[in-house]
Design a protein around this ligand. Structure first.
Ligand SMILES: Nc1ncnc2c1ncn2[C@@H]1O[C@H](COP(=O)(O)OP(=O)(O)OP(=O)(O)O)[C@@H](O)[C@H]1O
Length: 272
């Protein structure tokens, strides 16, 4: 959703559930607020339009000892991590904090290789929640997943947390609208490839597919990402894959890889 003022009245651009961005329409506020779902969407839009917690992104990363790494973030809807998921969260946070190289802390990228259904999605959402609640990080997160799972990811992120998630996918016309309306706070962008980071991104999580990263790498280059979560990461095991090269080109502080099948042929695959 975004808004404009026409003859003194505010209009809202509404992206309808099940329709693409290019099919979104301009509506008056009272029409949008006409039913419960519209009121929820409107409240969400208002909340995320005011740049809730970021001025210019100035990350203050937690160093060891700053925060007790074993603290658990609060989740929405009474969600709680299972015991093994808590262990996994602490392990991921310690990798995020990484090693002291004599001057600064260097993060250690890591791979979560739980079997299917143990909750890799939930665990990786918990690490984003930890970083936002205790790490005070300001840069957004990037989640790259197979196209067919983007809906699942969005639902899970919104069930567990109150992070604003923007799904960047679809045809070129849809992506043009998403970049123009959902990427930067009003006035913060002077066009594709020339963002003004002083206004900050509108979202906490940018959720996209591997195909989109490959065909539209430029759209991601304007951001600094605090972390990128790569689902089904075994897809990237070829060092020369074009998608992997595209991802290596982005500004990402820490990488969390997810795969239920990290080793498919031999142990060497783990090293790449
Ligand atoms: N701690 C939890 N509390 C409640 N529900 C949970 C918890 N952990 C996972 N789930 C639920 O279990 C289901 C499977 O979790 P999830 O999708 O994260 O698994 P996954 O390991 O990513 O699966 P896959 O390997 O198929 O991608 C989801 O519906 C998720 O909400």
């Amino acid at each position: 959703m975004c808004s404009r003022v026409v003859r003194g009245r505010e209009q809202l651009r509404v992206k309808w559930t099940g329709l693409e961005y290019s099919e979104s329409t301009w509506e008056e506020e009272d029409q949008v607020a006409g039913d419960a779902a519209g009121r929820v969407a409107l409240a969400r839009f208002r909340r995320f339009s005011v740049r809730p917690d970021c001025g210019p992104p100035k990350p203050k990363r937690p160093s060891k000892g700053d925060v007790d790494a074993r603290r658990l973030p609060a989740f929405r809807n009474g969600r709680k991590l299972r015991n093994y998921q808590e262990e996994s969260l602490h392990w991921m946070v310690s990798n995020y904090r990484g090693d002291f190289n004599g001057a600064t802390w260097e993060p250690r990228n890591c791979l979560l290789g739980d079997e299917m259904g143990l909750g890799k999605t939930a665990q990786s959402i918990s690490v984003m929640a930890w970083l936002r609640q205790f790490g005070k990080v300001q840069w957004p997160f990037l989640v790259v997943a197979p196209l067919t799972t983007l809906g699942h990811w969005q639902r899970e992120i919104e069930t567990w947390t109150d992070m604003n998630t923007v799904v960047y996918a679809g045809a070129r016309a849809d992506r043009d609208i998403i970049r123009a309306t959902e990427f930067w706070h009003r006035g913060g962008s002077s066009g594709r490839g020339d963002p003004k980071p002083d206004f900050g991104p509108k979202f906490h999580v940018l959720l996209t597919s591997y195909e989109t990263v490959l065909k539209d790498t430029a759209a991601f280059r304007g951001f600094k990402f605090e972390a990128a979560i790569l689902d089904e990461a075994h897809r990237l095991k070829s060092r020369s894959s074009a998608t992997r090269l595209a991802l290596e080109d982005l500004n990402i502080h820490w990488l969390l890889l997810l795969s239920g099948t990290p080793v498919q042929n031999n142990m060497k695959e783990l090293q790449v």
